[in-house]
Design a protein around this ligand. Structure first.
Ligand code: NAD
Length: 373
């Protein structure tokens, strides 16, 4: 095993992190990291990431993102995150062994409520629930609300876009859209935007991209993606290089794949009017500034992509699937409006406006607590 390098010391500030815990079980080969960033609004919600290269710094950054996302979404929850240092592509029995051991290791960290993240899924949460009875993102058979199946995050992106277009004198009906990353988030965003009359002109996944300036049928593209494994097998469009999807001339761009996909190397090629961030940190900090200077409006990630965690919180508090879309629409639309009002009235960048809004809510909650750990 490679040694871990821990550099979280640089990150302590007026919000957190409250706890950074490392767990190690040599017999099973489990190594894990848990960061509970802030619990002023309630127990911390955040996913368990399984990846061979997950680091303490990454877990902390993601935990802070959850503190902001949960506060912005108005949830009675703080932010946390955890990582199991392991390859997620292992036989299911081995994954189960690691996840169950990890769950037992966090049994007494009662301020942390885990959920699924990259490398874990609803079945993983089934194991966690069996071990410690505390998690969200459960399978439907255990009373869960399957957030990816219902498209909770993509729906929230659509609600966010519907509010944001008004700030740039557009309507969703007839607006052209490009979606980078056609997974759970991207597909749901495509479906809900198409229902509002938007025209999908480009889409990409790991295998490539397709483009049709006259528009593609979103539902057909979803079917092709599911049945063949990639958007590139969609017939009524031409194939373009994967990275060109981001550079498509369109009204709305939804990056819904990996972090830092829009960066200083390609930011000058971005030609849309509005970016609604489906993925977490899909734009590097420097590129966000350039886009702002280029007058391209952005809705930051934790404002636009909060649909999934909102769905998880509804499940955790015993809510029903039928209520989820209403709760997401109210929270995401209101927050998008609040952030963009700050952008235009206070001449702030969208990132600064979103951070300011979330920090205000966290700091206000902290005033009610004597002790923060
Ligand atoms: P997913 O694995 O279902 O889909 C990811 C998609 O991106 C796949 O289609 C993949 O082929 C594609 N992809 C990967 N690299 C690419 C590249 N370089 N160019 C183009 N396409 C690429 O994942 P998801 O659940 O849809 O999540 C997408 C992103 O959104 C992740 O960053 C995730 O952390 C974030 N997110 C997801 C949710 C959720 O509810 N699922 C909530 C909030 C944030």
């Amino acid at each position: 095993m490679e040694p871990c390098t821990y550099v979280v010391e640089n990150y302590y500030d007026d919000i957190g992190p409250a706890k950074v815990v490392h767990v190690y079980e040599p017999k099973i080969g489990l190594r894990g990291i848990i960061c509970i960033d802030n619990i002023a609004r309630g127990p911390a919600i955040g996913g368990i990431r399984m990846a061979p290269d997950v680091t303490t710094t990454e877990v902390f950054r993601l935990a802070r993102g959850m503190t902001y996302k949960n506060a912005a979404a108005g949830l009675r929850h703080g932010g946390g995150k955890s990582g199991i240092i392991a390859d997620p592509k292992q036989p299911e029995e081995r994954r189960e062994e690691l996840i169950r051991a990890f769950a037992r290791a966090i049994r007494d960290l009662k301020d942390y409520i885990p959920g699924p993240d990259m490398g874990t899924n609803e079945s993983s949460m089934g194991y966690v629930y069996d071990e410690i009875g505390r998690c969200l993102g459960l399978p439907r058979s255990l009373g869960g609300i399957p957030l990816d199946e219902i498209g909770a995050t993509g729906y929230g992106c659509c609600c966010s876009a519907e509010v944001a277009v008004k700030y740039i004198d557009l309507e969703l009906k007839g607006a052209t859209v490009a979606i980078q990353g056609f997974g759970n988030v991207g597909k749901a965003a495509a479906k809900f935007l198409a229902e509002k009359g938007a025209i999908l002109v480009a889409a990409s996944d790991i295998d490539g991209a397709v483009y049709n300036p006259d528009g593609m049928d979103a539902n057909e593209l979803i079917d092709v993606n599911i049945s063949t494994g990639s958007v590139i097998n969609y017939k009524n469009a031409k194939q373009i290089p994967r990275e060109k999807c981001l550079e498509t001339e369109c009204d709305i761009l939804i990056p819904a794949a990996r972090p830092d996909c829009i960066n200083m190397k390609n930011v000058e090629q971005i030609k849309c009017k509005l970016i609604v961030a489906g993925a977490n940190i899909p734009i590097s900090a420097e590129a966000e500034k350039v886009l702002h200077d280029k007058n391209i409006l952005q809705v930051p990630d934790f404002i636009a992509n909060a649909g999934g965690v909102i769905c998880g919180a509804v499940e955790y508090h015993g809510g029903h699937e039928k209520d989820v879309f209403g709760v997401i629409k109210t929270a995401v639309s209101t927050n998008t409006r609040e952030v963009l009002d700050r952008v235009y009235k206070k001449k702030m960048s969208p990132r600064d406006a979103a951070n300011q809004l979330a920090r205000e809510r966290v700091l206000e909650a902290m005033n009610y607590r004597k002790i923060h750990i």
